[in-house]
Design a protein around this ligand. Structure first.
Ligand code: ADP
Ligand code: MG
Length: 259
């Protein structure tokens, strides 16, 4: 009975990619993250939902050190961030291991699509230009942008720019990908192509934290949904748990407005 090989992949032994323990953050007197505990293991796709101003962006920005926190612990793939931004070497490591895609694509406007993707591999990972080009070509093909590679970001549609932003993040071979409302700035007809690229990444086993209002997508790709309200994790569970059987009154009223 005890030699069932499935035991080896039980959650108890899964590798931790994000460990947050009693994390608190303030903007002045605003207590924007309140005793956040969160554990994300390798390959998990976690979707964070909640009303505007509930602290979703702040939560994921803390994971790659874009925001400081005041107390608690954040450990990302074994690298510990300490309160008050004293991340030192860990912060640098985390920045190279964690990719992020923002609502506004944040591409470098003066660089070609191709150069947007090769820049960090060359400058941060120290790859030679041939190797960086190889990686960029593969990733741009993967997100369906090959024929736009020599254009500048301003010449692309929003959906294309966001797919380049995804390719740029993947070029660093991240251990974790963060997405902060990646489709919120897109025209409706372009949302699908970005969600398709994210779905593919999820299916390949990438560990992902995604803030989105795309509930259909969340239901489909999330291993776990986290509902945030007032800087607290109010409820979490499978998409079925949270969307179909919300336990908390806050979750119920939020879902009744968005679903
Ligand atoms: P969400 O992403 O869920 O909309 P945010 O994490 O952006 O929420 O913001 C949570 C709260 O923190 C909001 O009340 C917001 O106004 C506030 N806030 C966010 N960034 C800052 C900042 N840089 N300075 C002060 N307050 C901020
Ligand atoms: Mg936000």
């Amino acid at each position: 009975m005890n030699d069932n090989p499935q035991h080896e992949t039980s959650p108890a032994t899964a590798q931790s990619i994000v460990h947050m323990e009693k994390v608190n953050k303030y903007f002045g007197s605003l207590h924007v993250m309140q005793d956040i505990d969160l554990e994300i293991t390798a390959g998990e796709v976690v979707v964070i939902v909640g009303a505007s101003g509930s602290g979703k962006s702040t939560l994921i920005r803390c994971v790659n050190g874009l925001e400081e926190f005041q107390s608690g612990r954040i450990v990302v793939d074994g690298n510990e961030l300490t309160p008050h931004g004293k991340g030192g070497k860990s912060l640098q490591t985390i920045r190279t291991e964690v990719g992020m895609v923002f609502q506004q694509f944040n591409l470098f406007p003066h660089l070609s699509v191709h150069a947007n993707v090769t820049l960090a591999p060359e400058k941060v990972r120290g790859l030679d230009s041939g190797k960086a080009r190889q990686i960029a070509d593969r990733l741009l093909e993967r997100v369906g942008i090959t024929d736009q590679a020599d254009k500048y970001p301003g010449q692309l549609s929003g959906g294309q720019q966001q797919r380049v932003a995804l390719a740029r993040a993947l070029a660093m071979e991240p251990r974790l990908m963060l997405f902060d409302e990646p489709t919120s700035a897109l025209d409706p007809e372009m949302i699908g192509e970005v969600l398709d690229a994210m779905r593919e990444l999820a299916n390949e086993g990438m560990t992902m934290m995604i803030v989105t209002h795309e509930m259909g997508f969340a239901r489909e790709v999330a291993d776990r949904v986290i509902f945030v309200h007032g800087g607290r994790i109010v409820e979490e569970g499978t998409p079925q748990d949270v969307f179909d059987h919300p336990q908390h009154e806050r979750t119920q009223s939020f879902l009744s407005r968005v679903l």
